[in-house]
Ligand binder design. Structure first.
Ligand code: ADP
Ligand code: MG
Length: 276
C-alpha cells in the first residue's frame, strides 16, 4: 500500500516560489495498476519522484508499506528503494558499456544477491530477450531496450514499480506491447504499478486513472481519496482490509545498514537525477 497525503512541492525560483504540486492525495492498494495522466508540466515526474522517495515534499506525507518516508534519512530511503521500489524511465537509462545481461545482473550483484546471473537470465527470458542477452543497448531496438529496463526494474521483486512515460520514445505498437508486459508482470507478481503516460489508450489499460492539472488532482477514477482524508493516524482506512498485518505510521523506521549506502536500482544509473 502506498499512501500520498496532501503532498505539496514548491520550488524556489529566484525571488518567487513555484508550487508544482498542491495537496495531492491518493492511495494505491497493493497490487493495483494506476495511471497518472496530465499535460506536460503538470507535475507528474515530480510526483513520481516524491512517491518513490527520490525527492522530498515541501509538505505532506508518503507512506510506503506503513513506513513514513519523511521519517527516514536519505540513506534509509535509499535502502527502502533498493528493497521495495522499481523504476522505469522514458529514456531506458541502460548502461551503454554493459550488455543486456550485465545491465540486469550488475545491480543484483551490487545488492549482494547470490545467483545474480541465473536470476538475470530468468528475467530477460521472461521479457522475451533470451536471444538478445549478449547485445549492447545500441544493438537493441527501443522496445528491446525498454524490456531490459523492465527486467532490471523487477530484479529486486519490488513491491511497487514506478514508470515515467515508459512508452514515450516508442512507436504506438511497441508502446502498447510494453504496457502489456508491465501489466502481465503486475498481475503475476502482485507488484503495484504507478505508470505515467500521455497516452489515454494506454492509461485505459490501468484499473484506475489519476489526472493532474497544474499540480492538482482534477480526476481520480478510483476510490483512493477517502482513505487519506482521515485523522492522519490510519494508513489504509477502509479501502482494503489489511491482510493480517497492521502497519501504522508509528512503525519504527528502517534502521540503517551498510546496504543503505549502495545505489538503488535507479540511483546506480547515469543521468537519473532528472527524476527529481
Ligand atoms: N528542480 C526543479 N526546480 C524548479 N522547477 C522545477 C523543478 N523540477 C520541476 N520543475 C517544474 O515543475 C513543473 C512540473 O514539472 P514535471 O514534474 O517535470 O512535470 P511533468 O512530468 O508533468 O511534465 C514544471 O513547471 C517544471 O518546470
Ligand atoms: Mg515528466
Amino acid at each position: 500500500m502506498l499512501v500520498a497525503r496532501e503532498l505539496t512541492k514548491e520550488f524556489q525560483s529566484g525571488s518567487h516560489q513555484l508550487t508544482v504540486l498542491r495537496d495531492v492525495s491518493f492511495a494505491v492498494p497493493q497490487g493495483a495498476f494506476v495511471a497518472i495522466v496530465g499535460p506536460s508540466g503538470s507535475g507528474k515526474t515530480t510526483l513520481l519522484g516524491l512517491l518513490a522517495g527520490l525527492d522530498t515534499p515541501s509538505r505532506g506525507t508518503v507512506i510506503l508499506d506503513g513506513v513514513d518516508l519523511g521519517s527516514l534519512s536519505e540513506d534509509q530511503r535509499a535502502k527502502l528503494r533498493g528493497e521495495k521500489v522499481g523504476f522505469i524511465f522514458q529514456s531506458f537509462q541502460l548502461i551503454p558499456t554493459l550488455t543486456a545481461l550485465e545491465n540486469v545482473q550488475v545491480p543484483l550483484e551490487l545488492r549482494g544477491e547470490s545467483g545474480a546471473s541465473g536470476r538475470a537470465v530468468e528475467l530477460l527470458t521472461r521479457v522475451g530477450l533470451r536471444d538478445r542477452m549478449d547485445h549492447f543497448p545500441s544493438q537493441l531496438s527501443g522496445g528491446e531496450q525498454q524490456r531490459v529496463a523492465i527486467a532490471r526494474a523487477f530484479s529486486n521483486r519490488p513491491r511497487i514499480l514506478f514508470a515515467d512515460e515508459p512508452t514515450g520514445n516508442l512507436d504506438a505498437n511497441t508502446g502498447a506491447r510494453i504496457v502489456e508486459l508491465i501489466e502481465e508482470l503486475n498481475r503475476e507478481s502482485g507488484t503495484s504499478v504507478v505508470l505515467v503516460t500521455h497516452d489515454l489508450t494506454l492509461a485505459g489499460r490501468a484499473g484506475r486513472m489519476v489526472r493532474l492539472a497544474d499540480g492538482v488532482v482534477v480526476e481520480d477514477t478510483g476510490d483512493g481519496r477517502r482513505d487519506v482524508a482521515g485523522d492522519g493516524r490510519r494508513e489504509t482506512g477502509d479501502v482494503e482490509p489489511s491482510a493480517g498485518h497492521s502497519r501504522g505510521v508509528e512503525r519504527p523506521a528502517v534502521s540503517p545498514s551498510p546496504v543503505s549506502r549502495l545505489p538503488s536500482p535507479g540511483r546506480s544509473l547515469p543521468d537519473n537525477e532528472e527524476v527529481a
